[in-house]
Ligand binder design. Structure first.
Ligand code: AMP
Ligand code: MG
Length: 404
């Protein structure tokens, strides 16, 4: 039985990167750039004013009697002529600097009267001038392959007039629920039946990871149904099933996968909850068989499947950040398994305090609904005393939310 870390390493080493596709820049948000983007020209494209003010020769600034205002360059226009000795040209922010000028005096540092401007403070050459190419040089790599595209990157693409970019493909993830007790949400419940909640939960998790969920529906606990739907799922970039991987006599998922020629890399991991998780490869297609209890399904997805999908989709950072916290009430436990504890988080005197979000039984979805984070307890750790130091993955809100 692999440890949690070994299991994750096996999974990450097994995933193959997906190919690239060219998409419109705005549709590339959140995705990973597949090739370098170089600047087609200098940015800024010409020397321009950083202020509303007067472009002049810095050495003329303290001329007695001031400088004659000889022109006006609003943004979006070009200078009609040069700035000659003893003159200044009114400019707006972003306007090209007229030839001859080497500085801009901000309007609030001037006195203007009858066509003459007098700078009130000394000014040095280059002041308030944004130089051509000072931000990004023509030919320079503006965005390197591997960059996750966000607002700043979109700003760069627009500045470079790049309408479309090559990005790593989204993973298509087939999702299969298994179990005789399951009916679709919305369907009436006969005694003994429950609604399939894992399919929706997994679809949401896949989408949040940037993948495209493809629902296969529900397979009964019978070989024929499983065979047909599992085979269909193997055509996707990854297949995620829930339930039917324990030791019950109706737990047929692994058996049928094996009949389909899928190579199992492990079954059962030293984690709590989520122990009966299995991982297999069908050719190069990863197959994740997750346990059926909804909390275990989501936790094992988050800890094991999400990193794999992110890696396949080109992400460098695939694991959630761990933030130090104090576990308020501690935790009685024996060493042996990595344990995931659903907690609420709050700041107390600048430190993060984690408090159990409720009953940690794997059937208790309500505890997950109340949780802000997951404390990850290392396998070799025994009982944690009240206030003991732990590491937590923050689920809700940006990390900054806690940086009060
Ligand atoms: P199993 O691994 O098949 O024994 O399932 C473990 C538990 O998870 C049982 O209580 C199942 O009813 C429940 N379960 C399995 N699949 C789902 C599902 N898709 N939605 C909600 N609960 C499920
Ligand atoms: Mg079952």
């Amino acid at each position: 039985m692999p440890s949690f870390q070994e299991a994750r390493r096996i999974i990450l080493e097994s995933v193959s990167p997906l190919g690239a596709e060219i998409v419109p820049a705005l549709e590339a948000v959140g995705r990973v750039l597949a090739e370098d983007v170089r600047a087609p020209f200098d940015l800024p494209r010409w020397d321009n004013s950083a202020m509303d003010g007067f472009a002049l020769r810095a050495q003329d600034a303290d001329r007695p009697g001031g400088l004659r205002v000889s022109g006006y360059v609003p943004a979006g226009t070009t200078p009609a002529g040069a700035v000659a000795e003893g003159t200044a040209v009114r400019v707006l922010t972003g306007a090209p600097i007229p030839p001859g000028a080497d500085a801009v005096v901000p309007v609030e540092h001037t006195e203007e009267q009858g066509g003459t401007v007098r700078p009130l403070r000394p000014i040095g050459a280059g002041q308030n001038v944004r130089r051509r190419g000072e931000d990004i040089r023509a030919g320079e790599v503006v965005l390197a392959a591997g960059t996750v595209l966000g607002p700043a990157e979109l700003s760069a693409l627009a500045s470079c007039s790049r309408l479309a970019v090559p990005v790593v493909r989204r993973a298509r993830v087939a999702i299969l629920s298994t179990g005789d007790e399951l009916v679709e949400p919305g369907a009436p419940l006969a005694p003994g039946l429950i609604h399939d909640s894992n399919a929706w939960a997994l679809a949401a998790a896949v989408r949040q990871a940037g993948g495209v969920p493809a629902a296969l529906g529900i397979a009964r606990d019978d070989r024929e149904a499983l065979r047909r739907l599992l085979r269909e799922g193997l055509a996707a970039d990854a297949l995620v099933t829930s339930a039917g991987v324990s030791v019950g006599d109706r737990d047929l998922v692994r058996e049928v996968l094996e009949e389909l020629g899928v190579r199992q890399l492990f079954w059962k991991i030293d984690i709590k909850p989520g122990r009966p998780t299995a991982f297999a490869l069908a050719g190069r297609t990863p197959v994740f068989s997750l346990p059926g209890n909804p909390v275990a399904t989501l936790l094992t997805f988050d800890q094991l499947v999400r990193p794999a999908l992110l890696r396949a989709m080109g992400h460098e950072r695939v694991l959630r950040p761990l933030v130090p916290a104090a576990l308020r009430d501690g935790l009685r436990r024996k060493p042996g398994r990595v344990e995931f504890v659903r907690v609420r988080l709050e700041r107390s005197a600048g430190a993060l305090v984690a408090t159990s979000a409720g009953d940690q039984a794997t059937g208790m979805l309500g505890t997950l609904l109340r949780a802000d984070g997951i404390v990850v307890v290392p396998a070799d750790r025994g009982t944690i005393e009240p206030g003991g130091a732990v590491e937590v993955q923050v689920l809700r809100g940006e990390l900054e939310r806690w940086d009060a």
